[in-house]
Write a protein that binds this ligand. Structure first.
Ligand SMILES: O=C(O)[C@H](O)[C@@H](O)[C@H](O)[C@H](O)COP(=O)(O)O
Length: 262
């Protein structure tokens, strides 16, 4: 089965926040509202999470929101949790995006808010395979099993993405072969410049099939990458984040420090 990311997508827009906490609180609110409206409209909502400080901070902010007032929340029984990328490590490794997400929010959603454990779809851990390629194949199969007939992956309401100081998103790093993986939903990375080397990632085709792409970017070390992502001439091979777009919208949530070069 092949997939095609959309090619003609709306231009990204930016929203700038005073600091990381304000950014995370705002994205958390929007995420909860989006999942709620998506479940109401479609009966199901698929979301792809990201690791990183702002990504996990957003999940912690969702947890805080729910403690204040859970009435705005979606029916968590209808929400499916996926990841944009993962580190190929033991399942309970503290460096795993899934493990960090569990601690920040997901364990609580399962325990107190009815999120079925079966709706959490982590990428492969080393208990399943040591091979990033096999991990990618396994995840592609899992995605396909939740896709509409003829599609390779579910319709993501939103893909959340952190952006590295080098301009990477998910595990799509500058200059790496994985950037060029097309016609498939996932790709293995064997030699990531950021440790650990072995990772699994969604491809750009998969990211670009999402209805929305929301980046969450905080910190002065991101300012150059953010600035370059919005310059027309920047090659995607240098700043991969430039290529991350959603079919309906792409919003860069950026704190003031990371927005310094915009
Ligand atoms: O697996 C990883 O290496 C991270 O998930 C990574 O992709 C992260 O999202 C960005 O590097 C931004 O991270 P920060 O938000 O912490 O800057």
């Amino acid at each position: 089965m092949t997939i095609e990311g959309h090619t003609d997508l709306p231009a990204p827009r930016t929203e700038i926040f005073a600091d990381k906490d304000a950014l995370c609180a705002s994205v958390a609110e929007r995420l909860v509202a989006l999942l709620r409206s998506t479940v109401a409209a479609d009966g199901v909502a698929h979301v792809a999470l990201t690791g990183g400080g702002a990504g996990i901070g957003t999940l912690a902010a969702v947890s805080e929101l729910l403690r204040g007032d859970a009435s705005a929340a979606p029916d968590w029984r209808a929400v499916h949790i996926w990841w944009g990328d993962e580190r190929l490590l033991p399942a309970d490794d503290a460096e795993r995006n899934a493990q960090q997400a569990r601690e920040a929010l997901l364990d609580e959603l399962v325990r107190d808010h009815g999120l079925p454990e079966a709706n959490i779809h982590p990428m492969a851990a080393t208990e399943q395979t040591d091979s990033p390629d096999e991990g990618a194949e396994r995840y592609a199969a899992e995605l396909a099993s939740h896709a509409a007939a003829g599609a390779a992956l579910p319709s993501f309401a939103v893909v959340l993405l952190g952006v590295g100081p080098d301009g990477h998103v998910a595990s799509l790093f500058p200059g790496r072969e994985a950037l060029a993986a097309t016609g498939r939903s996932t790709v293995g990375e064997h030699d990531s410049p950021k440790p650990p080397p072995a990772r699994v990632s969604l491809t750009f085709d998969a990211i670009r099939s999402a209805r929305r792409v929301w980046t969450v970017v905080a910190g002065a070390d991101k300012a150059e990458a953010v600035g370059r992502a919005f310059e027309g001439a920047t090659p995607v091979e240098e700043i991969p984040a430039k290529n991350a777009r959603g079919a309906e919208e792409t919003v860069w949530h950026v704190d003031a420090a990371a927005a310094a070069h915009l």
